[in-house]
Design a protein around this ligand. Structure first.
Ligand SMILES: Cc1ncc(COP(=O)(O)O)c(C=O)c1O
Length: 284
């Protein structure tokens, strides 16, 4: 079965979909997006992703008319048409098609686009062994709480990471660790699991919240609080979380091993808890 796309009311094979060169998403990155992972045909945490999409759109004064129930129907229909049980769904909403002019167009509809692709997960040995990361100055704007289509700093950071043979770039601003270019970050220090507080420099991650809830359910001490860069190197464990990477141990930062350079016990336990949690998700 093919990758499926949905554009403004219509499903088609993804490769047949055409977006206008005047789309403001293309011209200005004037839009917002989400990515949802489907496990065994179930779009995971879709309500949370929808809520964040609506919030992101509202924060950039972009109105689109899609009710939560219609959104769920779209997700399920696209998945069914694609035939993918393990899927990756991108949702992009832009301020629509209009002649190039920075000011919002006075009329016109937003573009609502979804793509349904097969999920290709990281190899198991990478998830078990852990990955390397580098730190980079956070050159992004100060509304990183909005999941905007403007990803140029993230693209440049991820490229730098790859050139350094690392998986992720961790953004640091004024000595404080914010998040990865495509992930949220946790550190574990003296038995406390810490993740940077959600603010204008840190996306409120859906996976981050799930992991916090899972850890708390096991009685762990979890704190949302600022993480100084020194904590990154002096912590017992570091891990990344995100929709497509789930829970991923970091064993080295800037070439320096985290503790003994092996995934720690809290990370490994959370990795397993998360896997169990998503394997039990049902349509609701
Ligand atoms: C900058 C950034 N932070 C955090 C995340 C993790 O968010 P989520 O768990 O909702 O996928 C992502 C994922 O796309 C991201 O791009």
């Amino acid at each position: 079965m093919p990758d499926i796309g949905y554009l403004n009311g219509q499903f088609s094979p993804l490769k047949e979909i055409r977006i206008s060169p005047d789309d403001r998403g293309f011209l200005f990155g004037d839009g917002v997006y989400e990515v949802i992972r489907a496990y065994h045909g179930v779009p995971a945490f879709w309500g949370e992703h929808f809520a964040r999409l609506v919030r992101s759109a509202r924060e950039i004064q972009l109105t689109f008319s899609l009710e939560q129930t219609d959104f769920q129907r779209l997700l399920l229909s696209g998945l069914q048409q694609s035939g993918y049980r393990e899927g990756k769904i991108y949702i992009q909403v832009t301020r629509g098609v209009a002649p190039r002019e920075h000011i919002f167009p006075s009329k016109g509809e937003p573009t609502v686009f979804l793509s349904f692709r097969k999920m290709v997960s990281l190899p198991t040995e990478v998830c078990q062994r852990g990955v390397s990361a580098i730190t980079l100055p956070d050159i992004r704007w100060d509304r990183c709480d909005i999941k905007s289509l403007n990803l140029l700093p993230n693209v440049l950071a991820k490229q730098k990471a790859q050139e350094a043979n690392a998986f992720e770039a961790i953004f640091v601003r004024d000595g404080w660790v914010n998040e990865g270019a495509t992930s949220n970050i946790f550190v574990v220090k003296n038995g406390v699991t810490i993740t940077p507080e959600r603010n204008h420099f840190v996306l409120a991650g859906v996976t981050q919240q799930q992991v916090v809830t899972l850890a708390q359910a096991k009685g762990q001490d979890v704190q949302f609080r600022p993480v100084p860069i020194s904590d990154l190197f002096q912590s017992d464990e570091v891990f990344l979380v995100g929709t497509t990477i789930e829970v991923l141990p970091v064993i080295q930062v800037n070439g320096q091993p985290i503790r003994d350079g092996k995934p720690g016990p809290i990370t490994t336990a959370l990795q397993q808890q998360f896997a169990t949690h998503v394997s039990g998700l049902t349509l609701s």
